[in-house]
Structures are given as C-alpha cells and as structure tokens.
Ligand binder design. Structure first.
Ligand code: M6R
Length: 598
C-alpha cells in the first residue's frame, strides 16, 4: 500500500509534495515523511499520524522533494519506520510502495550497515550505498534493483545530484509533466491538480528527472520514448459539503451515481462491445474481486446465472492464482474494483490473461492500472469515493453487473427483448427508491442508539440478499470495530445459532421474495432464544413488525432488484453506530482505501 509523490520544479517542492501526499492519503495514513534536497544535503521530516496534523508546509523550502504516506506492512507505525529511509551516510533517501520479499536476506548480507528501522524498504538505500563502493550511482541503482524480489514503486534521492530516480515493478507509478516541472505519483488523481499530461510508467521502467526527463528499461537498458497522454479528466476537489463524513455524503450520492452509471453504460453501449468471437465461445464467467467488490460479484453471479444461464464462479482475487485456476480462452474474466489498484485483483487478472481469458473490468477510477490491463472496461460513474468504507462504488458496480447479465440474457436467448426492457425499467426506478429509503435515516439512527454499545452482531439473508448480509457485516466491522458476521439465513442452524442470546443483535433481511417464509421461520428461531432482531422488510409487511424488535421498511420491488435497496439501511446503520461510538469513520484504523500489496 502507501502513496508516493515526487516533484522537481520552480515551486516549493516540499509544499507540492506535502499536498500531493494528502491526495494520496487514501492509500495509507499511519505516518508520513518527506525528503528534500537543500544545498547538497537531504533534509527530512517524518511524522506518525495523518499528513499535516500540526505541520506548516511552508517551513521547508526546496526545489526537489520525494514523499510518502504509509500503511504499515513491516514495522509498527512510528517516526522511525516512516519513509523516507536512508543509507548510512545519509546521501541516499528512498520512498517505497510495495513489499521487498527478500529484505531479511539482504539485510543479513549487508554486514557493517547500521539499520535504523524495522522496514523492508530500508535495505534498498543501504544496498545502493553498498554498490556505490564499486559502481557509479546509476549502475549501483540498477544493480540494487536486480536483487530485489517483490513489488515496488520507488523514488530515490541522492544528496549529490539535483535529480530523482523513480522505478516501477508491480506497484503503480505515474509521471506528470508541465513546462519545467515534473511530478511523480502513485496515481493520476494526485497529478491532475497540476497537469493533464501524463505518462504511465510500466514495469521495469526507470524515470530520471533532472533538467529534463529520460526513461529507460532498467533491465534491458533500452531507452523509452513515450509521449505524454493528455488525460481529459477534471480534478475535482472533494469536500464533505453539509455532511459530517464522506461516508454519509457518499451514501446519499447513490441515486445520482446509479443514474450516471446506467446512462454511461446505455449511452455509449460499452457493455455491448465484447467481441463476437469472445461471446460465441464463452462457456463460463469467472468474477474476481476483493472486499465489497467481491460482494457485488456474488450478486452478479445470481443475476448472470439466472438471466443468461451461463455458469459463474466468484473468486476472492487473493486466492485465485494460488490454486492453479482452470482458465482458458472460453472464459470471460470479470474483474471488479473501485480503485483499479488492488494488488490481489491485478494479480488475478494477470494470471487469467496469461491463460487466454478475455478481461472485462468494472472500475471507478479512470486510468487506473486495472483499466490499462483489461481488454474492455466499463466505468462505474460513482465519482471519487473518499470514505474508506465503500458505499456508492458498490451500488454502481451492481448497476453494471445487472445490465451485463441482461445483455448476456438476451445474447443467449434466455430473455426476450421485451423482458430485458422490462427489467431495465425496474433498474431505472432504483434511484428514486433509494431516495425514499434515505428519508428513513432518523429511524435508522434510533435503532443505532439501541445497539452501538454491543460487541457482536449477526447479519442473515438468503439468495440475492446473502451477499448483502455479508456487506452489511463488513460495513459494521470496518467503521465501528464491532465484530459482525454475515451468513446465509438457513446456515444459522448449522452453528451460529449457538451464539444467540439476549446480547446478540441479529439483522435479518426479510424482504418479500421466494425465501420470505423460510426467513420468517429463522426469525422465530432467534426470537425463541431471546436474540434481538432488526428486520429489513418490504413496505406494508405488518406481520414481521409483530415478531421483531425493530423494522426498517424498503419499497416493494422486483425480487432481483432487492440488493440495491436492502444494502442502503445497512450502510446507514453501520454509519450511525460508528458515529455514536466516536469512531474515525472516513479513515478507520488499520485500513486504507486502496490495498496495493498482496
Ligand atoms: O478498490 P477495490 O474495489 O478493489 O477494493 C477492494 C476492497 O479493498 C474494498 O472493497 C474494501 O473491502 C472496502 N474497504 C470495503 O468497504
């Protein structure tokens, strides 16, 4: 994980990097640091905690700086472990995103070097220093890189040179150019406030910028002549507006985000651009994703199998490539990711691509790594999602998956054209239905007041609402730190029922669908063991109200549309419980918005 930012130019580089790191904070926020070259010496600022807390960005003046915002992998969050890391002589400073897997081995070999941190990164600075005993600086960097195993995007500063060397293998790195100014960052969003002229650095490439910039392949030595692409994306400074947190704002943005996503898909017909030859041989869909995006994939599985009769497997991206998956060119691999930078998802995509699958990705971030390695991308139009807990990304991912399943349904002649149109109309009503649910916010807050001191919670749902139970539990865990589990409602009797007592709140998704009667029986089972029940029920269902402790109603809707609606009260419930507990909702402890290490 972690975000890195570098700058050389006529502005105060410290201040540019400091603000660049704030744009990258979603990648990690347990500590930060900046190294700046001033009169032949590298000055460093390192702090534990979020960027900028109690720090004057103008207190350091320099024209060349590299910086880092950290999500700890090796070593606790502390000033000592914050990047940049240095060689013994303090002449080499390094910031790093990724993991050096053979750091212990290198550290053991570098006899005589004094290490100051517990990080994997520090070995890089010492290794370069070691090679500089025999080779010139650039050769020493290349030699050191040749020894590193794992993934990295690195920026290196040498106190004797007015230049930054940056390299990439496996972790993202983007270069922004502007007249006499050079910017490097972990993603384009952090560059857009400065320039739209962007060069994507690829694996094994090195960028050197001093008075100009030069790119080479550091393995082959080949010079790379890549012109900047002009990115037609606006930099949108996100603010919370009247909302107290981004998470709440983003929950409320869902109706608009879904509308935009639907019209984006329908408007330019991207879903329909899967080549005929891919469609004609397609015999299986494999969905890979992590976290909330994986939950969206589980809902997609139901829809695709039901509407199109195509077998679907949904895989945790992190598990996918470690079990030799059976993939060939007859597979359509759907990768779902809000950020497009999740390392596990990217690794799964690479595995599937190498085996010949067509890569169809659903992504929210334009220009992200996933979008550049895919054969076809459909963008969710959720806008920047800042809250670490994913909300609007989820419902926009569902929108694309729903349309994709209808598209397959028609192609495979399982659905007629008029059935597809009817189902699209159901989807078009979703934004209004979500807006209706959001009007019940007060009721959700009242329920939260009854449960915010609890230590555990169970979320139960069946069929299409089982993934929503998982998502509700994940939301609660992430933002409130309450232990929560999601289960298929019918599985409760196979084990989790042992947990039920008067202190166990159980959230049931009991909307009217084919599983309704069975779910009602599960509610009785919990109530007869004194469990507390919060039920999500279809508007007008008075029976459920008589059986449970609290009810939250959702508008009646076609069974297949329910996941869009049932997830909304669960997002709100997690939000209000976390708020009452005084949690740091937008940046929960230990998490980062984008998980860029495997
Ligand atoms: O950017 P991605 O969609 O690939 O991220 C996947 C997960 O890391 C993400 O959904 C995570 O689980 C969220 N924090 C959930 O709210």
């Amino acid at each position: 994980m972690c975000g890195i930012f570098g700058y050389k130019g006529m502005k105060n580089s410290f201040s540019v990097v400091f603000n660049g790191l704030k744009d990258l904070e979603y990648r990690g926020y347990d500590s930060w640091g900046i190294a700046s070259l001033i009169d032949g010496e590298i000055k460093v600022v390192k702090k534990t905690g979020k960027i900028g807390e109690d720090f004057d960005e103008e207190s350091v003046k320099s024209s060349i700086s590299i910086g880092h915002t950290r999500w700890s992998t090796h070593g606790i969050p502390s000033d000592k472990n914050a990047h940049p890391h240095f060689s013994c002589d303090k002449k080499i400073a390094v910031v790093h995103n990724g993991i050096i897997e053979n750091h212990d081995e290198i550290r053991a070999r570098l006899k005589g070097h004094k290490f100051k941190s517990d990080t994997d990164t520090e070995v890089i600075a010492h290794l370069i220093e070691e090679y500089m005993k025999k080779y010139d600086y650039k050769e020493a960097v290349v030699k050191a890189l040749g020894e590193l195993e794992g993934s990295f995007a690195l920026m290196i500063l040498n106190s004797e040179r007015e230049e930054i060397i940056a390299v990439r293998r496996g972790s993202p790195l983007v270069l922004g150019v502007k007249k006499e100014e050079f910017f490097l960052a972990s993603d384009i969003l952090a560059l857009l406030r400065h320039t739209k002229e962007i060069i994507f650095v690829e694996d094994d490439e090195m960028v050197i910028f001093n008075s100009g910039f030069k790119m080479i392949n550091f393995v082959s030595g080949e010079v790379i002549d890549r012109k900047p692409e002009v990115m037609d994306i606006d930099f949108n400074e996100s603010d919370k507006g009247a909302f107290s947190h981004f998470m709440l704002k983003e929950i409320y943005e869902q109706p608009k985000a879904i509308e935009k996503t639907i019209s984006g898909v329908n408007g330019n017909g991207v879903v329909f651009q899967i080549p005929e030859k891919v469609l004609s041989r397609l015999n299986r869909v494999v969905i890979v994703a992590c976290g909330t995006s994986w939950h969206a994939g589980l809902v997609g599985e139901y829809w695709i199998e039901r509407f199109a009769g195509i077998p679907v497997e949904v895989e945790y991206a992190s598990e996918f490539r470690y079990r030799k998956p059976i993939i060939d060119e007859n597979v359509l691999l759907v990768a779902i990711s809000q950020s497009g930078e999740t390392a596990d998802t990217l690794a799964a995509v690479k595995e599937a691509k190498d085996k010949g699958a067509f890569i169809f990705s659903i992504c929210n971030v334009f220009g992200s790594t996933l979008t550049r390695v895919s054969d076809l991308v459909v963008y969710t139009r959720a806008g920047a999602e800042i809250g670490v807990a994913s909300t609007k990304a989820f419902t926009t991912q569902l929108s694309v998956l729903y349309l994709l399943s209808l598209f397959f349904g028609e192609k495979k002649k399982v659905l007629t054209g008029s059935e597809v149109e009817k189902r699209k109309e159901f989807l078009k009503k979703v934004p209004v239905q979500i807006a209706e649910i959001l009007k019940n916010e007060k009721k959700v807050r009242e329920i939260a007041e009854n449960y915010y001191l609890d230590k555990n919670a169970l979320y139960l749902g069946r069929g299409l609402n089982f993934p929503i139970a998982l998502e509700g539990a994940l939301k609660l865990k992430e933002v409130s730190y309450i232990h929560a589990e999601g289960y298929p409602a019918a599985e409760m009797k196979h084990g989790p029922i042992a947990l039920i007592d008067k202190d166990m709140p159980v959230v049931f998704i009991a909307a009217k669908d084919k599983t309704y009667e069975k779910v009602m029986a599960n509610i009785e089972e919990v109530k007869s063991r004194k469990g507390k029940v919060i039920a999500l029920a279809s508007e007008g269902d008075s029976i459920v109200a008589g059986k449970v402790d609290h009810v939250l109603y959702i508008p009646t809707a076609d069974h297949f549309i329910l996941p869009f609606l049932t997830v909304i009260p669960l997002q709100l419930l997690a939000y209000y419980i976390a708020d009452l507990r005084g949690c740091e909702i937008d940046k929960p402890r230990n998490l980062a918005k984008s998980v860029t290490v495997e």
